[in-house]
Structure formats: structure tokens, C-alpha cells
Design a binder for this molecule. Structure first.
Ligand code: ARG
Length: 483
């Protein structure tokens, strides 16, 4: 859908909005960009770090490969369910908009509040920190890198991505495509290395593959958390449906290409790690991809550090891209300050929302570490995935007559819903940690914000004036839905 722009578009943002100009985000995401938005966000730092943890919690090679396969299947089932939701509710905003349209304002606000203030910026911060770890490491051979260098590099990474994303949607998607291609290549190098090792008879790890398997309910739940971090991002396309060309066709299609591709690669990469290292070596490796590089690539090992850095940067880009959109859509629905729902009048990027998400991510870098952020990411994410899947089940049962261009068999969302119950409850029951309680308290604290600020709209004049000033400063104006 083309955006209608009057001649003389140099008038100020304010004028634009008062003249009723129809500003819209363009549909710039085609099938290839859609696939790379999904695969490019999914493949981040996880596959280079989590295999060790999945093995740690499952105890055996076979157990860990099973978890990786099950995570892939779960991501696929989840994404297929979201694809039906995306063809039913054509607005951008992913989980937020589905919860809003089905369960109403308060639950949707709680999602937006948690997602915009914590989950999305935390995702950007965690991935940027892993980018920084690997980007800085070559400058400190033989010793661990100083935290200040890591954090400054992570901050530079966030600033760089924020600028790119504010400048142009096309530039941001081009970077995404390029980086996705680069990381697919890097994973292929690891796969091919593994095949060479296996052909040369390095199969010791695969004997007695089930030995020491740990089938405890809680530890399997935590193993899933680690694996699912690597797969997270499977629902990313639903956040930008309004910018996707022919969403009714491209949404299910992109899911069906990207997720099996990533799952196969992840499984093969794990096989390759096991071909190069025994489970005991893998458990003590620290950064599994680096140990793999050391053993297999020798002096070409830097290639792995580079790949992890590129891969993380690409994934952070995808997370910021969609994180900014969540904030912007929530603001458009009145759940965030108005200025966050505006877009730059010429560049047509939702720059205030992108700047806000990046700023929160920058703050999180200061106290945060990669592992502390990841641990509670999956827990929080799966509470809301469960809620969104409930929306789909509700629509399937109550409104079967609504037109849908893609239908998922009802068993699939039921499985995902059961998995989300398991994922949220098993670790709490098995290894209760106070942090899980903090997450729940934070989500509920949204209720205290909701009633005065959203429901009863107690806005001060100061906020209105600030909005006007920011609008002029950032050259942004309200924009129309693209449905
Ligand atoms: N799967 C990515 C990784 O392995 C993390 C994705 C973060 N989540 C998101 N929705 N963008 O690093």
C-alpha cells in the first residue's frame, strides 16, 4: 500500500498531523526479508553458547539432541499458530494486538508494559552484550576482557542499530538480510566441519548416547529454557504484519521456510560439536563454539569469534526492529505516551519508539549480564505466549466463521498451550527462585499504572507540551494503520 504524500512535504510534523495527512508505514518486507527477519532473529548468540547448558541439564548427548529437536518443533507449532492469528488480525503488534482484540485493554496493557519496558530492551541488551564479548575478546588474548570494554562496545552496538533503524526501514532490512546470510554461512562451516570429522571416524561421543540422561521434570524445563532462548524470535514477523507484502500468503510461507531451516541447522551444529568434543569436554568448554573452533579450525579460529559477533549483531537488529514496533503499536492504541506512536514524516520509521527501546536497553547494559538476563527472559516470554495461544483457541472455538487464509489444526495450539503451562510451572515448582516472583510482581505492578494513567487518563499538561516539543524536534507525526 503506498503512502499518500502531498507536495510540499517539508512542512512540519505538526502541520502534517493537523492537516490530516495520511502517513503510513510502507509494505517493504517481501518474502526473503520475512524469512530473514525470522531466521535472522532466531539465530543469535544462543546456538554458540547454550548447547553446553542443554547438555548440563539433560545429562546425555541423546537427551540434549532430543531437547533441541523438541524446541524446534515447539517453535514451529507456536509460529504456525501465530500465522493463523496474523491472517485473522491483520494489524502489526504480535501478541499485544491479539491479546488486546480478544481479552481487552488491561491484559494487553500488562503485555505492553512488560514487553516495552523489560522484555524487548532486555533482549536487545543481552544480545548486544554477547556481541561485545566476542568482538572484544580478540583484543585481550589469553585473559578475560575488562567489563568496561565489553559494556562500552555493547552500548556502541545499540547506538549503531538505533541509528540504522531510525534512518530507514530498507537499510535495516538490508542489514538483516546480509547478516542472516553471513550467519547461515557460519553455521554451514560448523556443519561441514562436523561431517568431515564424522567421516573420519570421530564418533566416540555417539556411543552410549543415552548414558546419564537426567529425566527430572524441573531440569528438563530449564534445559528447554536454554534451548528455547536459541529459538526465540519465531514469532517476530507477527509484529510487523502491516509492513509485510501480501501477509496472508507470506506470513505462513516465511514461517514454514525459516523455522525448519533453523531447526535442521541447530541439530546439525550440535552433532558437529559432539563430533569434535566428548560430552565431558563440551561441558567444561565455557564457550562451546570457540572450543569447537580451537579443535577444528586451528589458526582460523577467529572466524568463529567473527561469526558469533555478526550473528549477535544481526539478531539484536531484528529484536530492536520488532521491539520498536511493539512500543509504537501500544502507543497507537493509547497504552504508551502519544509521541511513541509517531513516525518520521519523511523517513517513515517509528523513530520515537525505536529511540525509547534503545535507551532502555542502554540502561540495562549497566547492571546486567548476559546469563542473568536470559534466565528470566524465557519465563516471562512463555507466560505471554500461553496467553496469546489462548486467544487463538478462543477464536477457533467461538468465531470459526471469520475468514482465514491459513488454518492450523486445533491440536497444534493445544500442544503449545500445554507446553507453555509446563514451561512456566515446572521450574517454579522444581527450583523455586525469588526472581520468578519478582517477574510476576513486576507484571502485576502494571495494574497500578494502568488505572490512573490509561483508564482514567490523568495526564498533566506538561506531558502534552513535551509531546509537541518532541514532535517538532524529531519531525514526527501520527500515522495511519496499514490494514
Ligand atoms: N534466539 C536469539 C539468540 O539465540 C535471541 C532472540 C531474542 N528474542 C527476540 N524475540 N528477539 O540469541
Amino acid at each position: 500500500m503506498r503512502q499518500r504524500r502531498r507536495a510540499g512535504s517539508s512542512c512540519s510534523a505538526m502541520e502534517m498531523s493537523t492537516q490530516g495527512e495520511n502517513l503510513r508505514l510502507r509494505r517493504e518486507i517481501g518474502l526473503i526479508s520475512a524469512v530473514s527477519l525470522i531466521a535472522g532473529t532466531m539465530i543469535g548468540s544462543g546456538i554458540f553458547m547454550s548447547p553446553e547448558w542443554v547438555l548440563h541439564y539433560t545429562g546425555s548427548l541423546a537427551g540434549s539432541l532430543l531437547i533441541w529437536a523438541a524446541c524446534g518443533l515447539l517453535a514451529m507449532f507456536g509460529a504456525l499458530s501465530y500465522a493463523e492469528l496474523g491472517t485473522l488480525i491483520k494489524e502489526s503488534g504480535g501478541d499485544y494486538i491479539y491479546i488486546l482484540r480478544n481479552f481487552g485493554s488491561l491484559p494487553a496493557f500488562l503485555f505492553a508494559y512488560t514487553s516495552v519496558i523489560v522484555v524487548r530492551p532486555a533482549g536487545v541488551a543481552a544480545i548486544s552484550l554477547s556481541f561485545a564479548e566476542y568482538a572484544v575478546a580478540p583484543f585481550y588474548p589469553g585473559c578475560s576482557s575488562p567489563q568496561s570494554a565489553v559494556k562500552c562496545t555493547a552500548a556502541a552496538c545499540i547506538l549503531f542499530l538505533a541509528i540504522i533503524n531510525c534512518l530507514s526501514v530498507r537499510l535495516a532490512t538490508a542489514i538483516m538480510n546480509l547478516f542472516t546470510f553471513a550467519k547461515l554461512l557460519a553455521l554451514l562451516v560448523i556443519v561441514v566441519g562436523g561431517v568431515v570429522l564424522l567421516v573420519n571416524g570421530q564418533t566416540q561421543s555417539f556411543q552410549n548416547a543415552f548414558q546419564n540422561t537426567n529425566a527430572g521434570i524441573g531440569s528438563i524445563g530449564v534445559a528447554f529454557y536454554q534451548g528455547l532462548w536459541s529459538y526465540d524470535g519465531w514469532n517476530n514477523l507477527n509484529f510487523v504484519t502491516e509492513e509485510l507484502q501480501k501477509p496472508e500468503v507470506n506470513l505462513p510461507r516465511a514461517v514454514m521456510i525459516a523455522i525448519p531451516l533453523v531447526t535442521c541447522l541447530y541439530l546439525l551444529v550440535n552433532v558437529s560439536y559432539f563430533a569434535a568434543m566428548t560430552p565431558t569436554e563440551l561441558l567444561s568448554s565455557g564457550a562451546v563454539a570457540i572450543s569447537w573452533g580451537n579443535k577444528v579450525l586451528g589458526s582460523w579460529m577467529w572466524l568463529i569469534s567473527l561469526s558469533v559477533a555478526v550473528s549477535s549483531l544481526g539478531s539484536a537488529n531484528g529484536t530492536l526492529f520488532t521491539g520498536g514496533r511493539t512500543c509504537y503499536i501500544a502507543a497507537r492504541e493509547g497504552h504508551m505516551p502519544d509521541v511513541l506512536s509517531m513516525a518520521h514524516v519523511q523517513r517513515l520509521t517509528p523513530s520515537p519508539a525505536l529511540i525509547f527501546t534503545s535507551a532502555v536497553a542502554l540502561i540495562m547494559i549497566i547492571p546486567g549480564s548476559f546469563s542473568s538476563i536470559v534466565n528470566f527472559f524465557s519465563f516471562t516470554a512463555w507466560i505471554f505466549y500461553g496467553m496469546t495461544i489462548t486467544c487463538l483457541l478462543y477464536l477457533k472455538i467461538k468465531k470459526p466463521e471469520l475468514p482465514r487464509s491459513y488454518k492450523v489444526p486445533i491440536l497444534i495450539p493445544i500442544i503449545v498451550l500445554m507446553a507453555s503451562f509446563y514451561l512456566v510451572l515446572a521450574p517454579i515448582i522444581d527450583q523455586p527462585q525469588i526472581e520468578f516472583l519478582y517477574v510476576i510482581l513486576f507484571i502485576l505492578s502494571g495494574v497500578l499504572v494502568y488505572f490512573p494513567l490509561i483508564r482514567y487518563r490523568c495526564h498533566c499538561r506538561f506531558l502534552q507540551r513535551l509531546t509537541l516539543h518532541l514532535q517538532l524536534l524529531l519531525e514526527v507525526a501520527p500515522i495511519e494503520k496499514n490494514v
